[in-house]
Design a protein. Structure first.
Length: 167
């Protein structure tokens, strides 16, 4: 029986790019989660948790239209230590805002071209995000191991962080 989980042909372009980004982050010692919800109303494409507890957000853009339709990206800045755009080699990178990181990638890997500037999270927010990251990752792993058909389990669900967590 074929497993489509690892077949990139069934993934959307942004999902394929996210996979390459996640592989690259892993090479730097990061664990990552795709489609992570740091707070109600925001869903980041990739959130990486680094070996020293650093938190990076990577937004994957597969086209000019995908980028120009994104109205929420500045809201992600307060939920990470570093922010990156991830695009493929065909993307017009001159569209991307200055003062953000840049990753070029594909289905299989990526490369950090420009490091995003560091803006460290407040300790309380870092602790809450790290806890939520761990809980979401554990829930997703559990669902893969014990899917309980018919239970309506959503791999991307989780408890939202309170709005009053300080930066």
């Amino acid at each position: 029986m074929a497993d489509s989980t690892y077949d990139s042909s069934v993934l959307q372009p942004g999902q394929r790019l996210a996979r390459g980004v996640a592989r690259h982050l892993r090479s730097h010692g990061f664990a990552s989660i795709e489609e992570f919800v740091p707070t109600r109303g925001l869903r980041v494409d990739v959130m990486g948790l680094g070996p020293k507890g650093e938190i990076w957000v990577v937004e994957c853009k597969s086209s000019r239209a995908d980028f120009t339709s994104d109205q929420k990206w500045q809201g992600y800045l307060e939920w990470c230590d570093r922010y990156f755009w991830a695009v493929d080699t065909e993307f017009p990178t001159e569209l991307l805002p200055d003062g953000t990181g840049l990753i070029i990638g594909d289905d299989y890997d990526a490369e950090i071209i420009r490091m995003g500037p560091e803006d460290k999270l407040a300790a309380a927010r870092r602790k809450k995000l790290t806890h939520k990251f761990a809980m979401d990752a554990a829930r997703r792993l559990h669902v893969l191991r014990d899917p309980r058909p018919g239970q309506g389990v959503d791999l991307f669900s989780g408890v939202d962080l309170p709005d009053d967590i300080g930066r």
